[in-house]
Design a protein around this ligand. Sequence first.
Ligand code: ASP
Length: 324
Amino acid sequence: MMRRIDRRAFVKTVAGATALASAHVRATSADTRPVFLPTWPHGKLANERAADVILSGGSLLDAVEKGINVPENDPAVMSVGYGGLPNAEGVVELDAAIMDGTRHRAGAVCSLHNIRNAISVARQVLERTKHTTLAGEGAFRFALQTGFEPEQLLTAESLKRWQEWKANPKQESYWLKPEGGHDTIGMVATDGKGHVVSGCSTSGLEWKIPGRVGDSPLVGCGVYADDNVGAASATGNGDVMTNYCTSAFIVHNMARGAAPQDACVELIEHIAKTDPKNKEELICVIAMDTSGRVGAATMNKRNKFQFALWRNGESHLLNSVAVH
Ligand code: ASP
């Protein structure tokens, strides 16, 4: 059972630029310790679990997987795993991916139903198959074959929310103008020895059209990791971000010499420049290089984006830079 911590006692919100500057400085003296950087406030508890795993001898992949399992198991986090908000037909469909920077290989699942720990199924795809991505019924059957228990992922609360949406004559629909909630957990991490991993898990956009796959399980979008450079992940409107291969864009910019923070901002600026309407979108990215320097950015001030940085036994919830 996860050790619960007093969130308020832990949370230190600081101005993004200052936080990132200090994170950057602390990492430059060749960090040899693990660093974890997940999205959103629920990333703090994920960090605690990831740190426990790696400090007790687990691998970095284990740490990222088990860390992401925390919000997947928490019904209060309604954008990931058990209790995640369902699609338009009331079915919870999960997307997840995990990428290993050493092998330059990922495992991913899309539109997975009735299995809460999508990131762990993605890990099994990585470890036990020659494939990268499994979707829908095939992903579900693969999960059963590899020992996962099927269960109803709707909770009383998520069912109620879906019924309210369904009964609302003015309901927002993705056939029209999308307007959905976001959260998701993306996590980038290093073991402090030059190895990086990127993981991402989500129930996707609430009330999405059945079968819709967001950016989270797509290699190069929701995850990207390369031990020669670093790792990146993303959260926000996946229908927009998928078109920009966000995580690969960031890591490739880092490969050309950009610091993680600059690489995140460049991506956001590129998305805004291509289509100025995107300035209104929720688009949030995180990145880390192999020496543990980190970056995070969000498109605009209207959509505040927080991330949880774990380094040297300390965990801080920080505000990201808003580019517009
Ligand atoms: N990016 C996810 C998706 O579009 C949602 C999110 O990050 O909140 O499915």
